[in-house]
Design a protein around this ligand. Structure first.
Ligand code: SAM
Length: 365
């Protein structure tokens, strides 16, 4: 097939990629492009390269299930310093043509490429690692995606429907994710916990357990990497980590609990959403374009795993107390005198602490 749109070459990490020339240079790209390529997602692809080059084993198979131009899969095969059995798939024939060009440009001649509905592949094949990076919600690919990951393999999932998954659109959140939610000042954390909780419940339906390796919110999406553990006992252990979030908009207090209280948000994942050991041992390749941002994310996620309560925002307290916002470093040093406090990856004004809302309020005086 001859492609009927103009192309350009970009470089991400150590990989050169042929992509549509009319992709925008920043911000989300549109689903109406002939083949999808979003330069803003370089950070997400860099993080995939960093994490998967640490946790995949030599000879593992990797399915880039919604590959578009193939940017993610080609980068994994090219930049992870081990042999990866690469399979790329997209239902768009122009995307498949571009995937072939990108494999050729990068000298990869042993990858398999298919032009299929991902759901068909998930029903018939299995892989050590599967990446699902859709337009919007990933729910259409469950629970098949879990069944298609081999035992102890890794499932990587993005959701870009942030308003829905974060509970801002309550009805859509209940329809798509089976989660009763409401708008909160920590909506992006609800988004991350809702995605992990959804995967846990879908896995449990087919007697599979899982544990999150890395989960985060960035730009306009939430993403998680989870380890799949087959067996009903693993599924039972996993669903113990589901629960609810209670938020009082008057006092600003917020907690996670395994019990469903009136108005509670859930079911969502209420345990750690990232594994501090994997993150602590993560070696980040220096050649990644967004290496500084990845180091920041890693440090924040490691600190956040010490707390198990939704994050706070400085502006919530300055509004409630009718006081000017104070600097993050002053606030953290005051809270660290009486307990533990850390910045979070959810935004520059967000923090997580063992302090009570009264103690946080005092720290503003
Ligand atoms: C957001 S893009 C993927 C971006 C890509 N992973 C990257 O990093 O650049 C989603 C892709 O999924 C493809 N797609 C949508 N539904 C599909 C399905 N059911 N089966 C296979 N491909 C599908 C679209 O053609 C599109 O290329």
């Amino acid at each position: 097939m001859t492609l009927d749109f103009s192309l350009t070459i970009v470089t991400e990490g150590m990989t050169r990629l042929i992509v549509p020339a009319d992709h925008c240079s920043s911000g989300p790209s549109s689903a109406s492009m002939p083949v999808f390529y979003n330069p803003q997602m370089e950070f997400s692809r860099d993080l995939s390269v960093a994490l998967l080059s640490n946790i995949l084993r030599d000879g593992d198979s990797f399915l880039d299930g919604l590959a578009a131009a193939g940017s993610r899969g080609v980068r994994i095969a090219r930049e992870c310093d081990r042999r990866i059995g690469l399979h790329l798939n997209d239902s768009n024939p122009r995307a498949v043509e571009l995937i072939r060009k990108n494999l050729e440009l990068n000298g990869i001649d042993d990858a398999s490429v298919t032009e299929a509905d991902l759901r068909q592949i998930l029903l018939t094949d299995s892989f050590d690692c599967i990446d699902i990076d859709p337009f919007g919600t990933p729910v259409h690919f469950f629970p098949m995606a879990i069944g298609a990951v081999r035992n102890h393999g890794v499932l990587c999932v993005t959701a870009t429907d942030t308003g829905t998954i974060s509970g801002i659109f309550r009805n859509a959140c209940l329809r798509k994710y089976g989660c009763r939610a409401s708008r909160t000042p920590f909506a992006h954390e609800i988004g991350v916990r809702n995605l992990v909780g959804f995967i846990a419940r879908e896995a449990a339906k087919i007697d599979v357990g899982m544990s999150p390796i890395v989960s985060f919110y960035a730009d306009h999406y939430v993403r998680t990497f989870v380890r799949i553990k087959k067996g009903a006992k693993e599924a039972d252990r996993t669903i113990e980590k589901l629960g609810y979030c209670c938020f009082d908009p008057v006092t600003l207090d917020r907690t996670y609990s395994s019990d469903r209280a009136e108005g509670g948000i859930g079911p969502i994942w209420i345990d750690r959403t990232s594994d501090p050991q994997t993150l602590g041992e993560l070696r980040i390749p220096a050649k990644l374009g967004t290496v500084d941002r990845i180091i920041d994310l890693k440090e924040n996620l490691v600190s956040e795993t010490r707390m198990n309560r939704p994050f706070f925002n400085i502006d919530e307290f300055s509004r409630k107390l009718k006081r000017n916002p104070i600097s993050m470093s002053v606030l953290l040093s005051r809270l660290n005198e009486i307990g533990f406090a850390t910045r979070t990856h959810f935004g520059p004004k967000t923090f997580s602490t063992s302090g009570s809302v009264e103690e946080i309020s005092k720290a503003f005086h």
